[in-house]
Design a protein around this ligand. Structure first.
Ligand code: 4AD
Ligand code: MG
Length: 462
């Protein structure tokens, strides 16, 4: 008999039909006359209740049905008398695929902490919470592709192994096949990379932007969506060593176009999740964060504040608030500063622009004042920075001067500079941290809980 997924089983048209469902047991309870099993197959937060009439089954047959066991049930779908569910299945046939010894199955009990479940990342997707989070993640990934495809953007795959450090932070994971026990050296005692796999020093990318700019100045509007890697040793609830980033890049867009795109994009994704992952978001709202849906709807309905960094710093200085990190013109803002502006001062998302050039990357377009660059960070409640982007410096001489000032190795940059030598155009783009968006949409508070297998300092198991 053909299987119906549980997400489809609550269709009122199916009532009265013979159906087959397969999934993992969440609970079993009951008495000598009747037993109830809550079954979940991951397709939805909802369980289907299976009713076993003990006139048709014996206790021995049902014994392996413990939490975590995988089973197949055939029976008639009927309207349910129980509260909180519309339909249930009266079982006729039972097949056990795999048992889960209650003495050993780690998720036997309910109500484990998120910390405990992080240690059981190989199984945590079977819980209601992580099922909901990772369904939302998938829905958001689809929303992202849909948004850009509806607007004529092309999806560009940029390399993961690279020789350039886009953000200039220096926090890269080196990629090498050189024998670590016997590293080949040249006459000066330096590592001899000509013997390495690529014949030069390479690392995992921190951003696809530089190659994205090559795409935008050819295809017009592109976006990347892939993993990025940062070896910064920051053990915070908002940083991962391996995270996913979405980076649109558009020829002929200036900073205002870029801000409009970022605001439309993020609102579209949040709305799409509310419309298409409603049950999961409702569950997370009820279990973890009673203001979640209200916050999501608030962000969609309000215009984001657009404010120069200099004005933002004035507001922070005048706030009279004691911050852990001091704030002054020129300081790189910390998430406590960003969240003060968003959560306390404006009470809605803020796009901060025109940062001091010293705290931003080399490629950002320089303003006439000689001090600031046309950067934009989108700041969100509970998160802080969710998007970072800018208009790009399209002037060859200015870009070259900045590269020299910052001592960026020129030999690595020739191909990037070529975009400014041949048909250079104003262009802009940004990067959205995918996990930070998921944090916002699910109301989770630790970034380790929104990526299936988090990579953080000292943690690369599973
Ligand atoms: O601000 P960032 O460093 O910007 C760039 O990489 C640019 N090249 C993007 C562009 O203009 N195309 O990173 C962009 C976003 C941040 O706003 C943040 O949401 C996320 O990526 N992010 C991280 N997310 C998780 N863990 C980390 N370690 C992150 N670092 C940045
Ligand atoms: Mg940034």
């Amino acid at each position: 008999m053909e299987r119906t997924i549980i997400a489809d089983i609550f269709d009122p048209k199916l009532i009265g039909n013979e159906v087959c469902v397969k999934g993992w047991v969440r609970t079993r309870r009951g008495n000598k006359q009747v037993q109830f099993v809550a079954l979940n197959d991951g397709s939805t937060i909802k369980n289907i209740q299976i009713v076993f009439d003990m006139a048709k089954f014996n206790e021995e047959q049902l014994k392996p049905i413990t939490t975590g066991a995988a089973i197949c049930v055939e029976g008639r779908l009927v309207e349910s008398m129980g509260k909180g569910q519309t339909a249930e299945i009266q079982a006729d046939k039972l097949e056990i695929y795999g048992t889960a010894d209650p003495e050993q199955y780690p998720l036997q009990k309910k109500g484990h902490t998120l910390e405990f479940l992080r240690e059981k990342a190989h199984l945590r997707m079977r819980t209601n919470t992580f099922g909901a989070v990772f369904r939302v993640r998938s829905v958001l990934a689809y929303a992202i592709h849909k948004f850009f495809n509806e607007r004529g953007f092309y999806y560009l795959n940029t390399p993961l192994i690279t020789e350039s450090d886009c953000e200039g932070a220096g926090a890269m994971f080196q990629v090498t096949t050189l024998p670590l026990k016997e590293i080949p050296k040249d006459e000066n005692g330096e590592v001899n990379y000509s013997e390495d796999f690529f014949g030069k020093q390479t690392a995992l990318t921190v951003s696809g932007q530089l190659e994205g700019e090559l795409g935008a100045t050819a295809l017009g509007a592109i976006y990347t969506f892939g993993p990025t890697f940062r070896a910064e040793n920051s053990n915070t609830p908002r940083h991962l060593a391996e995270f996913w980033m979405i980076e649109p890049e558009v020829a002929f867009n200036d900073i205002t176009d870029n801000m409009n795109l970022a605001e439309d994009f993020i609102k579209y994704c949040i709305k799409f999740a509310l419309d298409n992952a409603r049950d999961d978001i409702q569950f997370l709202n009820d279990m973890y964060d009673k203001e979640l849906i209200e916050r999501l709807e608030g962000v969609i309905s309000q215009e984001f504040v657009r404010l120069p960094y200099t004005e933002g710093v004035k507001i922070l200085e005048a706030s009279g608030k004691k911050f852990e990190f001091p704030v002054y013109w020129g300081a790189d803002l910390q998430s406590e500063h960003e969240r003060y502006l968003v959560e306390e001062h404006f009470k809605r998302p803020v796009i901060l622009t025109d940062y001091p050039k010293e705290i931003k990357a080399f490629y950002m377009k320089q303003n006439e004042d000689g001090k600031t660059v046309r950067a934009m960070d989108v700041l969100f409640p509970k998160i802080g920075e969710i998007i970072g982007g800018s208009e790009r410096e399209e002037n060859y001489d200015k870009l070259l001067k900045r590269i020299e000032e910052l001592n960026i190795p020129m030999k690595d940059m020739w191909w990037y500079l070529d975009t400014r030598r041949f048909g250079t155009v104003p262009h802009s783009g940004f990067g959205l941290g995918f996990e930070r968006l998921i944090l916002f949409v699910t109301g989770m508070t630790n970034i380790r809980d929104v990526i299936p297998f988090p990579r953080t300092p000292n943690n690369a198991e599973f």
